[in-house]
Write a protein that binds this ligand. Structure first.
Ligand code: SF4
Length: 53
């Protein structure tokens, strides 16, 4: 699987994860807020492209 060295990711449960390397295999992803209010910390954001393997 192709690994995109510009997108680091540790979510190995995602079907787009490059496995073997802590990278995403997609050319691009979408990052979104997981709160409706203003994001104030890392935990308020997430990869919206995630799909369970
Ligand atoms: S789509 Fe998102 S969660 Fe999935 S491997 Fe890529 S960066 Fe990680």
């Amino acid at each position: 699987m192709k690994a995109n060295r510009s997108i680091g990711c540790s979510v190995t449960e995602c079907k787009y994860h490059a496995k073997g390397e802590m990278l995403c295999s997609l050319d691009q992803i979408k990052v979104a807020k997981n709160v409706t209010s203003t994001a104030t910390s890392e935990s308020d954001t997430e990869c919206a492209t995630f799909e369970k393997e």
